[in-house]
Design a protein around this ligand. Structure first.
Ligand SMILES: *[C@@H]1O[C@H](CO)[C@@H](O)[C@H](O)[C@H]1NC(C)=O
Length: 366
């Protein structure tokens, strides 16, 4: 009897320790650009308010974008932003592209209450980004920290008021590559003046290394890999897209190797959330196709999960009554449950044979 209980407890422990592992695979999305508008003009399809997405199966929601680092449209060249139709209200006539977004502020607080990580993305496909010199990198870090994070020195200019975001995402697709390492180092220095940690992610294109973010010398991912928490590699709109299997696998392994060799950021597979969400329908993967890719990488210790572009396309991609993101989270659960069941069965076989042995041995004592 004692042996049976012991075996039973051991099984529960094994099962739970395995599930800890699985829980760490996450789903990340971008919200704020209403990208679906390119395909579906009618208002019924437009991206819902941020708060509506707090109930989706996302772990991280990235508000997009701060697309101009130093904007002539604003006094003191304060940052310029774009959240599509969600928020277009200038703070004042002095700040034409620095917005005040009460609805987003409420959405951020609601989603954070529900355990989601909410970031602000710097950059995007259309932007005016980059730094001319070290002073600009430091000034921009100061402004980002006080406009969006825990800093309290620009209280009247904060786009999301009292909402404190969890961190920043660097989606740098244009401009110069220089001084991003300094920018991130400065954010990390400012982090120490507050009580909350600042989460930092980057979204390179899939060709390795990314020509703006690296990893290579003087590029962000080469200089400060330990300061970056997660990388959302855009495996679409490029030859290394997930449909080009051999090239995709080769690049995925390069990113994973980079992370392993530098104890660097977790690597995410970035994909379109809908067949129309990237420039080429062949870069989209059905849930079944994604499951094949996932089964290949889920055991990699440096693999983090899946990033989808964007929330509006996910909202409009209902498959058998479930959003695309729900299929992804079901896939995480199903593949790992099957695996833990197999593992449990294996353990059960091992343990019951050792129980059989033990009880054979105990006969002599009775
Ligand atoms: C990844 O690292 C392994 C082990 O060091 C190495 O054998 C492999 O060639 C690397 N793959 C790529 C694509 O860089």
């Amino acid at each position: 009897m004692f042996l049976v209980c012991y075996a039973y407890i051991l099984l529960i422990c094994l099962k739970n320790s395995h599930q800890e592992n699985i829980k760490s695979h996450k789903i990340v999305t971008y919200w704020g650009q209403n990208a679906v508008y390119n395909e579906l003009k009618s208002k019924e399809f437009w991206e819902k308010d941020l708060s509506e997405f707090c109930s989706y199966n996302y772990d991280t929601i990235i508000l997009s974008f701060v697309n101009t680092f130093f904007d002539e449209m604003n006094k003191d060249k304060m940052p310029g932003m774009n959240f599509a139709f969600h928020c277009e209200t200038p703070l004042s006539s002095d700040y034409k592209t620095l917005f005040r977004c009460k609805t987003i502020e409420n959405g951020v607080k609601e989603c954070q209450k529900r355990g989601k990580n909410v970031l602000i993305s710097l950059g995007g496909a259309v932007g005016n980004v980059g730094f001319k010199n070290e002073a600009e990198a430091k000034l921009f870090a100061y402004r980002v920290y006080h406009l969006f994070l825990e800093g309290s020195e620009l209280p009247l200019l904060r786009p999301f008021g009292s909402a404190v975001l969890n961190g920043i995402d660097l989606d740098i697709e244009s401009g110069d590559y220089k001084y991003y390492s300094l920018f991130v180092q400065e954010i990390k220095r400012l982090e120490k003046t507050g009580s909350q940690s600042v989460f930092i992610s980057a979204a390179p294109q899939c060709p390795y290394p990314d020509y703006l973010l690296g990893p290579s010398a003087e590029h962000l991912l080469g200089d400060v890999p330990n300061f970056i928490d997660e990388i959302y590699v855009q495996f679409y709109n490029n030859w290394c897209n997930t449909g080009n299997t051999v090239v995709f696998d080769d690049h995925m392994v390069k990113w994973l190797n980079y992370s392993r060799d530098n104890k660097g950021p977790k690597i995410y597979i970035g994909i379109p959330a809908n067949i129309k969400a990237s420039g080429n329908p062949q870069h989209y993967r059905t849930p079944q196709e994604l499951a094949v890719i996932y089964s290949k990488y889920k055991e990699e210790p440096r693999f983090g999960g899946v990033m989808i572009w964007d929330a509006s396309f996910d909202q409009n991609n209902l498959i058998a009554g479930k959003h695309y993101s729900k299929h992804i989270s079901d896939m995480f659960n199903m593949q790992n449950n099957i695996q833990s069941l197999a593992q449990t069965t294996q353990n059960l076989v091992t343990i019951s044979s050792s129980i059989a042995q033990d009880s054979d041995n105990s006969h002599t004592d009775v």
